[in-house]
Design a protein around this ligand. Structure first.
Ligand code: GCV
Length: 689
């Protein structure tokens, strides 16, 4: 295998083989509408390839040959009339919602039923996931309903190539799927294929442009709306609604008004009219995403108005059309003085937003990053999530691996998200983060990691992160390792058979704990950052220590960590309800992995695991770098073939080389730094520089 092997666009988790089982059956599709056409098209293609047969039955069309018993797979809307016999009595009509489906198998036929076409689309992809298992034995009726109707990806794509941030801000997968150097791509076939991949893992909304809305991108709302229309047309067949990130100062920049004051009548009229025009062209438009008064983006503060005033302005403009505004809570002082230890960036989102609870419109969603800082490898859950009972709150994840190896490192993030989603701020008997987000009507959002790279995600194994986000958004209770298994089986379908068992084991060995491995060799015990400023890749322990960004570790010769306690620190722990706040406040109860996020401790402090902080730093860094090398050794034993094409093999191999190199660099810089600061030697006498 060489680098010059031709690389076609990789099918990701939808290779043709994923449809072999259903494509070799007799299939009946029953129902009308655009999404039903998509379902029928999928079935038609699969049957053409694998020798099955299929029939589309239209409403009212009946006849002996259309009896469901002649089919091995029936995909039908519950309102279909007459209902194919395999589907009769399976489920009560009207109980599956807009997107749910029911699946059962009896008398030799598998039936998938849904109240709405979107449900059948998700049901079809579920059958693909099950493969032959969908046609074996009988199955009691299973009902599959998404935990939340809002399962969204944000793209940080720019239209113009930004001088510092490029075509895609924090993008590690080549260029944008939508734009190339200032223009919409001519051919949106790939965007349609992207929509298909997203639907197959459960995502139903995409914000197409960067939340940092620069000059050209602001025009998507008006004279470049055509770009959004074309993208919406490409994604619609897979049930995906398009959203736009908008610039809060648009009334000035685009409308020629002297102000963007959210309470100004002209400003309100401008947003109303502009929004009306958007809906004229895109009737199923999802709504707006706004980053306001954050990292230099304009917002309501310029007019002495609150974030609620800002969000409500846009919510009111969107409301007549059923649209939503996602208002981001990533607001903090990015001009902090490192000498001032009382200002704490972690506190900022809560301080800004908690007092506004109850003031947001019904169609405004507060979009909160999962942690209080910025998508670090390890952070506590953001206290904002539990602090706004009268606000719709969406939890935001980052699939693009800005701080988790930039798709050069294997870092499967399913376990991180699953941990966050399962966290219970009020204690064991109370709601999880996933339940809070769903019950509030906020849902889940993540920054996409996809681009025009032939493998979609730069690192082929990073596809698993995109897949896992969708699946966990659909059902946060899924075991992330089982989700990884699904992804392996779909993507490397032959792995589902005997020959693939070894590949499956290898991928699990490399990926299951890869987030922990990455955590081991990077910033220790939840302290965060220590990355190279600006590009956020690779180690630079003091890179941010004396900057204005508020991301400090405060290491000195005696100890390290940020005191965020109420007793002696910034008081951040008080933003949590009981018992989580008490747990973090207490040095004894604080989980080891978050110790340095909440406490400044001496290097000799003994962790729950019995090790001192300094020895733990040495041990985890030696071990993490070694485990990265083990991943490479495991991959070396994989034999290219089948769906492990030479190009895919080589791409993974080349990235593993970089991961091993970078992990060693992290190990040596971190260990050396703390040895020099503390003067405490490694008790195992390993090499520190
Ligand atoms: C889009 C981090 C990233 C920025 C990003 C920002 C955000 O700070 O480094 O590139 O900007 O988050 O989420 O808005």
């Amino acid at each position: 295998m060489t680098h010059s092997d031709p690389i076609e666009v990789h099918p990701a988790w939808l290779p043709a083989e994923a449809f072999r089982a259903l494509g070799s059956r007799r299939v009946l599709v029953r129902g009308e509408g655009q999404l039903m056409d998509t379902v029928a098209g999928e079935v038609e293609q699969a049957c053409a390839r694998y020798g099955g047969s299929w029939r589309r039955q239209r409403q009212g069309e009946a006849g002996a040959d259309l009896d469901g018993s002649r089919y091995e797979l029936v995909l039908a809307l519950t309102r279909a009339h007459p209902l194919p016999s395999a589907a009769v009595g399976v489920v009560e009509r009207g109980t599956l919602g807009d997107e749910g489906f029911a699946l059962t198998r009896r008398n030799g036929a598998t039936a998938v039923l849904a109240d709405e076409p979107a449900g059948l689309l998700y049901g079809l992809f579920h059958v693909a996931r099950l493969g032959e298992a969908a046609f074996a034995d009988s199955r009691p009726v299973e009902r599959h309903l998404p935990a939340t109707p809002l399962r969204m990806l944000d793209h940080w794509d720019n239209i113009d190539v930004h001088p510092a941030m490029g075509q895609v801000e924090r993008g590690y997968s080549g260029g944008s799927l939508f734009w190339d150097a200032g223009v919409l791509r001519d051919d949106l076939v790939r965007v349609r294929a992207y929509g298909r991949l997203l639907a197959a893992c459960g995502i139903n909304r995409v914000a197409i442009n960067n939340v940092n809305v620069h000059a050209a991108e602001a025009h998507l709302l008006t004279d470049r709306l055509g770009d959004a229309i074309a993208i919406a047309d490409a994604l619609r067949p897979y049930g995906i609604r398009v959203h736009l990130s908008v610039n809060f100062a648009s009334p000035i920049a685009l409308g020629g008004l002297p102000t963007a004051d959210p309470l100004d009548a002209q400003v309100r009229a401008w947003w109303e009219e502009t929004t009306r025009r958007v809906y004229e062209s895109i009737p199923d438009f999802g709504g707006y995403v706004v980053k306001a008064d954050s990292e230099g983006q304009p917002g309501p503060f310029a007019y002495d108005r609150t974030h609620a005033d800002g969000a409500n302005l846009l919510a009111d403009a969107l409301a007549p059309f059923g649209g939503i505004v996602h208002w981001r809570a990533f607001v903090y002082n990015h001009r902090q003085d490192w000498r001032d230890r009382s200002t704490d960036r972690a506190r900022a989102a809560y301080d800004h937003f908690a007092p506004l609870d109850g003031q947001f419109r019904e169609n405004a969603i507060l979009q909160v990053k999962y942690g209080p800082m910025d998508f670090q490898t390890r952070e506590p859950v953001s206290p904002v999530i539990a602090a706004m009972p009268s606000t719709r709150v969406a939890v935001e994840f980052q699939v693009t691996q800005e701080y988790t190896g930039q798709q050069r490192h294997v870092c499967y993030l399913g376990p991180l998200w699953s941990e966050v989603l399962g966290f219970r701020p009020w204690g064991a008997e109370e709601s999880t983060v996933a339940q809070i987000a769903a019950a509030s009507g906020g849902g889940l959002v993540a920054v996409s990691n996809a681009g025009d790279d032939p493998f979609w995600t730069g690192h082929p194994l990073a596809q698993a992160n995109l897949y896992a986000f969708g699946r966990l958004a659909w059902d946060p209770g899924l075991d992330p390792i089982a989700v990884l298994d699904e992804w392996i089986d779909l993507t490397f379908q032959p792995a589902a058979g005997d020959g693939g068992a070894k590949l499956r084991d290898t991928l699990h060995a490399m990926m299951d704990e890869s987030w922990h491995v990455y955590e081991q060799y990077t910033a220790p015990l939840g302290v965060g950052f220590m990355v190279r400023p600006a590009d956020h890749y690779g180690p630079s322990v003091d890179g941010y220590e004396y900057t204005q960004w508020g991301t400090y570790h405060f290491a000195d010769r005696d100890g390290v960590g940020v005191d965020r306690t109420q007793a002696t620190g910034t008081g951040f722990t008080s933003q949590y309800p009981k018992p989580s706040g008490e747990m973090y406040e207490s040095l004894e109860q604080c989980p080891d992995e978050l110790l340095l996020f909440f406490h400044h401790v001496p290097y000799t402090h003994v962790l729950h695991n019995g090790s001192t902080v300094i020895q733990h730093i040495y041990d985890t860094h030696f071990e993490g770098a070694e485990r990265a090398a083990e991943m490479r050794r495991a991959w070396e034993e994989v034999e290219p073939g089948g769906l492990i094409t030479p190009a895919l093999y080589a791409r993974v191999r080349e990235r593993l080389d970089e991961q091993v190199r970078c992990a060693q660099e992290w190990r040596d810089q971190i260990n050396t730094y703390f040895f020099r600061k503390s003067g405490v030697p490694d008790e195992r006498g390993r090499r520190i520089y």
